[in-house]
Each structure stands twice: as C-alpha cells, then as structure tokens.
Design a protein around this ligand. Sequence first.
Ligand code: CP3
Length: 352
Amino acid sequence: MRAGRTTDAPLIAAARGLVPRRTPVWFMRQAGRSLPEYRALREGTAMLDTCFDADLVAEITMQPVRRYGVDAAILFSDIVVPLRAVGVDVEIVAGVGPVVAEPIRTRKDLDALRALHESDVSPVLAAVAALTGPDGELGQTPLIGFAGAPFTLASYLVEGGPSRDHVHTKALMHSDPQLWFELCARLADIAGQFLRYQVLHGASAVQLFDSWAGALSRRDYERFVLPHSRVCLDQVRDLGVPMIHFGVGTGELLGSMATAGCDVVGVDFRVELTDAIARLGPDVAVQGNLDPALLFASRTAIEEAVGDILAAGRAAKGHIFNLGHGVLPETDPDALANVVELVHASPVTSVE
Ligand code: CP3
C-alpha cells in the first residue's frame, strides 16, 4: 500500500542500495528558513502554532519542492512537536530554539511525558495525508517524516533549552542511569509512535534526527543513547520504509549509529564522505554532506565541492545528496536550485 507507492522514486532506490535513475537530492531545513514565500506565510503566527495548522504545514512542505524540484519533501514540523502534543510547555524562540518552561530532572517530572496518541497530532497527520493522497500535490515525490531522537529531545527537556555543553543531561545520565533510561524509554516511545503515525498516513521514508549526539563519547553514546534510538526505529521497521539516521559532529560515532538498524546514515560536513563510507561499511547507504556555508561561495567552488561529493558517494551502497547540516537562514535560494541542477545533471554509475 502506501509505503510502496513511491518505490520507484530515486530517493527510495538509493536508500535501498538500488541504482536510481538519477542521484536524489534534498536539503535538511529546506522548508522554511531561506524562502521568502515561507516568511510571508509565517508572518504573525508562532512557529509551533504553524506546525499544528494542517493547511500551513502542507503549503510550507510543498514550497521547496515547487521551487527546487528536489527528490523529497520533508514534513514542515519540528522535533518538539510531539512533546507539545503530549502537553509539555515548550515554545520555539526565534534565534534561540526550543525553550521548555519546566525542565525534567526528577522522577516526578516524568509524569509530563505521557504516551502520544494519534489524536494528539491529528492536524499534522491530516497534512501528511493531504500531501500524499491520490489528489495530493506531491504526486510521486516521497515525503520524509521525521522525529527527534531520544537523546536530542532529552537534552532540550533536561537543560530547559539549547545547550552547548549539555551539563545537566550528562550529569543526569551518569548520576542516575535508571532515571535516564526511564526518560529515554518514554521519549523513544513518543518519537517512535510519531514516526509510525506519519508513515501510516503516507510518509515514504523517515529520518531520525539525533542532532546533538556528537556531544558524546562513543562509550557514552553506546551505553546511554544508542539502545533508545534503536527502540525508536524498531517501532517503524515493520512498515518497510527506508530509515535515515542523522547527527551533527558524529564522525566518531558513525559506525555505532549504523547499528541502530537504519538504511541510511546522514553524514555531517566535518567528515570526508569517503572516510564516512569506509567507517560505515557496505551495508548502509549514506546521505550528505555539502557544508551549508559553501552555498555562500562562488559557483565554481560550489560546482567543485558538489562534484567531489558525488564522486565520493559512488563508493557507497547508495548515496542521497544533501547538506551536512541544515540550510542556513541567509542562504540564497538560487544557490540551492543550482545544486539540484548540478546533482541531477551528473551521470549515475554503479560501483562494480
Ligand atoms: O525543512 C525542514 O527541515 C523541515 C522542518 C524542520 C524544522 N525543524 C523546522 C524549523 C526540521 C526537520 C526541524 C528539526 C529540528 N528542530 C532539529 C533537528 C535538525 C537539526 O537542525 O539538527 C532541531 C535540533 C530542532 C530544534 C530547533 N527548532 C532549532 C534548533 C530551531 C532554530 C531556532 C532558531 O531560530 O535559530 C528550531 C526552529 C525551527 N524549526 C525553524 C524551522 C523552519 C525556524 C523557526 C522560524 O522560521 O521561525
């Protein structure tokens, strides 16, 4: 059914290690951010209120697909949407990020994290269904559903907002591992269910964002984080859609991240794609990894960097072209359009 609807799409083929008809490309944070049509639409509505308005979600999700002809849409939402949906008092403050009114640091605080029900996110799922249904504007272009991984969500909840050093989060995981595991178990359930609902309503692939996992040593990652990310992905596995696992600054963690049971590992721009592929081995595809800052460089420099990444990607089981992190707000949309053209113009060759 649904999950098979876009199996011919280049993104799905590359994720599965088949030879796509062209190298697929999409951009993290392609929806919103740099698009003037996004800014116009968002005017006067708070970020998280926008995320619970089905019409706005569907429209903003489509904007980059119309403008760039990318090979996937990513749902316009945020990693804290399922937290707000279960009643957590969280806001997204412009230029700051998610801010949580009452941080979670004790066992009693866990009461704030009940299970996520489908009805809690019905406007989000209505947007997914409208986009991907028979009359949906997406047509054969796959929609990527997403969620924040337990560690990245926990970091916002425990710190109360964005953090550079993740001090309270690391202190909690080491001082009270039992409480940490209970917190992550609840988050893995919420995030996993959120992914599952998105796929059941029409998403053709999912991405788990563990954006801040790179703040951890490999030992701590494997002990305190990886098992929960695996549980999260386990909740979608039977639906058979490709699963992408991404984090920032994860050069040292790539091999471990692949063992969470994903089809694709997203590689950040600080790692040579060739090195990433060597660390990941032949069983997973890769996604990435143009430095988003390079979109401010000359066309010649961009062309060279894109060419290098495409050449490196040919050694992988599959390659989905992307940035190594999200689109920066001041990015010129024409620079992104240029990258899509370059990627689509490049010949696809399989590795023999
Ligand atoms: O195009 C897309 O990628 C889809 C939408 C999307 C958003 N957030 C919309 C958004 C996605 C996939 C996310 C994921 C997300 N949110 C992550 C993981 C990805 C990553 O970048 O590592 C994280 C860590 C968050 C938390 C968050 N939300 C941050 C750090 C911020 C930035 C705050 C700021 O203003 O600097 C947000 C806000 C946010 N989420 C915006 C958008 C379009 C900007 C808000 C606005 O336009 O007013």
